[in-house]
Design a binder for this molecule. Sequence first.
Ligand code: FAD
Length: 314
Amino acid sequence: MSIFQKATIALARSPVAGRAMRTMAARSTLARRFVGGADVDEAVRTAARLREAHGIRASLFYLGEYVADRGAIEHNVNQAIGACGALAAAGLDVHVSVDPTAIGYMHSDALGEDNARRIGMAARGSAGKGGDWMVLDMEDSGIRDRTCALHRNLLVAGIPAGLTLQARRRRTPEDLAWAIRQRTSLRLVKGAFPERALDHAGRARIDQAYLDAASIMLSREARESGFYPVFGTHDDRLAGAIMELARDRGWPASGFEFEMLYGVRPDWQLALRALGYNVRVYLPFGADWWPYAIRRVGENPRNAWLLARSLTAD
Ligand code: FAD
């Protein structure tokens, strides 16, 4: 991890910086770039615009993570449920992403699972089409096993839940082996929570692990089980290799998708659409944008100018 990235992570965690940014500007340059709306209505309008103009789909994510307060947890859950209803009303796929630590896992597993069921049922009940999912994000290693267990419990209960897995973790292939035999969706990402003891070492090894996992997700067994692979990456080199693999294995372009973060590499999102691939953006909304947006800045030093503009005029 670069010094620049470490510095932005410290800024993301700083309550002082967060408060200062929120009072400085309701929606700064930074927020507009990476956040799809201040509230659910604005987020759905953004999603509808992307769908209509470019055929790009969206997964709505209400900003807020690592929440222990019961009132704040209930608020987050209601926002996710509200997003399901608003997406259905707009005729869009009902697709929401959820952090387990935002919906009750900081309080108790029972509360977290109960709330995940409520959101999953809202996703299913809103429209009931094949493209409707609640996808569980994968956070740090402290909650990994509980997130995987939650995913299994939801599937057993018939709730359309997907899961995010991190290629950097050495044990990801074990989790994949089970999931590809289910009618579920897995979003493969490189992983944003490095932990030396648990991870592959170095960028080249992580990229190779990503491709190894992609190969499992695009296996014949996965295709036959109705599994839906999602590749969450902005890395065009990896995407190129995945397209080739999918072609060789006989997967139609409609059988899987690429997912990117809203505001990151929009040029590449459009290029993939032009090639006929399904593209979705992970579209955050809400007022608590600072930790999320500053982490995006840290992922690419070229984004530093956005931070500079946010701190000056808007
Ligand atoms: P990189 O090698 O980091 O980037 C590839 C290219 O994209 C480079 O050219 C790079 O400069 C450019 N790029 C990457 N990020 C940015 C940026 N912010 N601004 C401008 N250019 C950029 N991680 C988790 O640990 N858990 C999750 O649940 C999770 N969910 C995710 C969901 C989605 C849809 C996506 C896309 C990512 C998610 N991540 C998650 C983050 C992920 O783990 C990576 O940290 C992040 O996507 C960067 O990796 P990359 O594959 O894009 O490759």
